[in-house]
Design a protein around this ligand. Structure first.
Ligand code: NAD
Length: 497
């Protein structure tokens, strides 16, 4: 295994300036399967300088919109062409199932196409009525400049594309820093951007640790915007580091997402089956390592036993294994740290009085040498428990109950986060009332997890600042400029002179 050149600066692939490398671990069997360059401050500064030069002197910010959009579409086609390989790489690196890896690639291609369409359908600027025929006033939107894009390990390619596609569509240059745990697919994406014909210096990548690489990007005076997706504690560090240079900051942080189920959503056997199935999917897809995971089930007291009993029964049957193996429904956790954190949360919940209904253990036997943990259902939970308040980011579902609609809303909003939540009910009036009162950036009614590239994604409260996707996801990467042109200038005579 040779150290890969995974740092891309000004159109050139390099090893780290220090020569350091990092081993990439397959979470399904805890073995090393790749080596990447372990970048440092010197590599980061070089990448920012290249992005700066490409922005200040290069052609990309001034490239006609139609050409930028055409390039984004080429990238989407290349992603689709490489779907199997990229899906498999993402599966191995992040521990997700192969099918999830493939779906991620489709979603990434969709994001590139969406932002291509969005910029193509815009008018050039907004003419403002200045109240005089002698004034021409227009508001235009320009690229913000050099963007630092910092991404997490759970959806490496997807999170990178939600930043890279709009950043490029708007005419920016960037340096991306993928998670040090799962950098491989993002490195491949930069290769595809090159292949699509992006000019040198526009797309740069530095593989390496949060500190120093991410920290240096956040504080760097030549970076105009930092867009960060990751945990709350790293996000607050990024915001602090960005303060001195007053750069734009966008944060997509964690969630503690409620899934509120009213008894009226389960009146027929079919509806009951759907609500249970979706609660399972909400909590356990990708072993719960999803920012919008429905990790808090808030169910009407009258149907707790029936609902939780069936949910626990199905959770026990979820098939764990290597993501590329046939029939596997859930892969491992991404790292030993994530496994230890999950175990620690379950232990603390049990010590605080939660009742274990499913899981609560590592699977045993051959094929589970990696970081596997059984999908876990914890009943009799309440808001004072850490496991209910804090993001576990593992396959752990807590159960709380309510008796009234007001109680359900109060519980669902009782979190410092506010990323996503769902309400299940057969009553359309109740659905609209509850959806209106939930303080979360995405609210699903009788569904969980879908998102649309054309609809904004982001959080209330400590789930972040700003939005990705949708028109607002493009606006993050732009500055508004008002151009006021006086067609008949005259002295103003404010000063007598
Ligand atoms: P993390 O905060 O540990 O790391 C995220 C990224 O930040 C990594 O690239 C890391 O190297 C970097 N980083 C770490 N410290 C840094 C620092 N001081 N300065 C700059 N960069 C730094 O998060 P993670 O464990 O990789 O990902 C899981 C978290 O991401 C969860 O909290 C999850 O909810 C969140 N997430 C949110 C969304 C969303 O859309 N809101 C999506 C996916 C993941």
């Amino acid at each position: 295994m040779s150290a890969q050149q995974t740092i891309h600066v000004g159109g050139e692939w390099r090893s780290a300036a220090s020569g350091a490398t990092r081993e990439i671990i397959d979470p399904a069997d805890a073995t090393v399967f790749a080596l990447v360059a372990e970048g440092g401050t010197e590599d980061t500064d070089a990448a920012v300088a290249a992005a700066r030069r490409a922005f200040d002197e290069g052609e990309w910010p001034r490239t006609p919109v139609a050409e930028r959009a055409a390039l984004l579409r080429r990238v989407a086609d290349l992603l689709q062409r490489n779907r199997e390989a990229l899906g498999a790489l993402e599966s191995r690196d992040a521990g997700k199932t192969l099918e999830e890896g493939r779906v991620d690639v489709d979603c990434v291609a969709d994001a590139f196409r969406y932002f291509a369409d969005l910029v193509m359908n815009e008018s050039g600027g907004r003419v403002v009525d200045a109240g005089s025929d002698e004034i021409h006033s227009v508001v235009v939107h320009e690229p913000v400049g050099v963007c630092a894009l910092i991404t997490p390990w759970n959806y490496p390619l997807l999170q990178a594309s939600w930043k890279i596609a709009p950043a490029l569509a708007a005419g920016n240059t960037f340096v991306v820093k993928p998670s040090e745990i799962t950098p491989l697919a993002t490195v491949e994406l930069i290769h595809l951007l090159e292949e699509a014909g992006l000019p040198d210096g526009v797309a740069n990548i530095v593989t390496g640790a949060g500190d120093p690489v991410g920290a240096r990007l956040a504080e760097h005076p030549d970076v105009d915007l930092v867009s960060f997706t990751g945990g709350l504690s790293s996000g607050t560090k990024v915001m602090r580091a960005a303060a001195d240079s007053v750069k734009k900051v966008a944060l997509e942080l964690g969630g503690k997402n409620p899934n509120v189920v009213f008894a009226d959503a389960c009146e027929s056997d079919e509806d009951f089956d759907t609500a249970v199935d979706q609660a399972l999917n909400a909590a356990f897809i990708h072993s719960g390592q999803v920012c919008s995971a429905g990790s808090r089930l808030i169910v009407e007291e009258s149907m707790r036993e029936r609902f939780v009993g069936e949910l626990a029964r199905r959770a026990e049957k979820i098939r764990l294994g290597r993501g590329t193996d046939d029939g596997v429904e859930c892969g491992p956790l991404v790292s030993p740290q994530q496994l230890a954190k999950t175990e620690e949360y379950v232990a603390s919940a049990l010590a605080e009085g939660a009742v274990l209904r499913a899981g609560g253990r590592r699977p045993e036997g051959e094929g589970y040498e990696g970081y596997f943990y059984r999908p876990t259902v914890l009943d009799q939970c309440h808001r004072e428990m850490r496991v209910v308040r804090e993001e576990v980011f593992g396959p752990v579902l807590t159960v709380e109950t309510f008796r009234t609609e007001d109680e359900a809303v109060a519980l669902a909003n009782d979190t410092e986060y506010g990323l996503a939540g769902a309400v299940w009910t057969a009553d359309p009036g109740r659905a609209r009332r509850v959806a209106g009162r939930l303080r979360h950036g995405t609210v699903w009614i009788n569904d969980f997890h879908p998102y649309l590239p054309q609809a904004e994604w982001g959080g209330f409260g400590k789930s972040g600042i700003g939005r990705e996707l949708g028109p607002a996801g493009l606006a993050e990467y732009r500055e508004a400029k008002h151009i006021y042109q006086n067609l008949a200038p005259r002295p103003v005579r404010w000063f007598a002179g």
